[in-house]
Design a protein around this ligand. Sequence first.
Ligand SMILES: *Cc1c(COP(=O)(O)O)cnc(C)c1O
Ligand code: SF4
Length: 395
Amino acid sequence: MSDPTFAEFVSHAPGYWPAESMDRWDDYPWQLKNRINTLGELESHLRLTDIERAGVLLAGSKLAMSITPHFFNLIDPEDPDCPIRRQVIPRLEEGWAAPEEMADPCGEDSHMPVPGLVHRYPDRVLFLVTDRCASYCRYCTRSRVVSGVGEQHLETQWEAAFRYLENTPQVRDVLLSGGDPLLFSDSRLEKILTRLRSIPHIEFVRIGSRIPIFLPQRITPALCEMLRKFHPLFISIHTNHPKELTTEVRDALGRLADAGIPLGNQSVLLRGVNDSVEVQRALLHKLLRCRVKPYYLYQCDLIHGSSHLRTHVSEGLEIMDRLRGHTTGYAVPQFVVDGPGGGGKIPLNPEYVLEHRDRKTLLRNYEGRTFEYPEPSMIPPEVAQSLLEKTTCCP
Ligand SMILES: *Cc1c(COP(=O)(O)O)cnc(C)c1O
Ligand code: SF4
């Protein structure tokens, strides 16, 4: 690996920003206020390619651009193919919707019993609590509503959603997402969690958030103290590249873990970002060092204008094949594709079963060696009989 930041935790403050920013760097409202939202702000820090400049101009009416100073600093200004850059700086290709692409690739809008609440699986719901994030990912599966500049808007019906949950006892698991729920104030989050916890059949609450990566300064001790009152509470973070795991991010994740919150990671497999086994391995190992269990690796959804970021399914399978068995089992995520149009998550695995035979299954291991696993044998009746006789004749 040529880039040492793959393996090591390094800080990136203040980078492109004037040294006096250092005083405010750890202040998350400062980070939010100083986000890069316009072409002018972006060009004052970075020389763009023509492809990117066109992308920024096109993005305004689809998915807004916004990048926190913290995350922006991870961009390598010398590298037009920087994997951080590809995730947050729009590109010209976003302006073209390929024929297979959709506004709502996971079919969420048709599974909402109440606006903002997606109930697809029998026992759990996805609760979309906001359309805002600290920064915007160009491949966002919810870009039809996220950032608020597109034609469609998220209109979460809070009271109706809580009533639906109260009246639907089969829901035992609520996943708060959006947008990014950790953008809410501590007191607003506390009200939402208190209301959810007052519903007896809700056993399990989790939050999906990219804030620990985009804005680690938001993970304050006060936030962690508040969250720990609502256990069992899990958090799924979203990170795609080992460079994203800086010292600030590692420390923020440590504060969440110290508050007793089990942490998982969801990544999206993205062309030119993390579509190699070397990058994946570095990311997964670094996540374990941050006390985060890699949870899902997603095939990129068929979102409008995403073809330049999508990979072939076979590439993901190849990466999985080169991870499982070759490294710590805890480090290996489940590769999934959301069935286009509303099929939900479908697990994808390399083929380990070569053949089902009459009395045995033919398998291969991670090295490609084959093994036979036989079906269980039945005890022969005459053996059973003689054992029975032996044990019943005794006094
Ligand atoms: C991903 C998702 C969930 C959670 O799925 P898990 O496999 O339990 O993590 C729930 N509802 C919807 C609509 C989802 O897309
Ligand atoms: S943080 Fe999540 S919801 Fe927000 S833009 Fe990125 S992928 Fe979309």
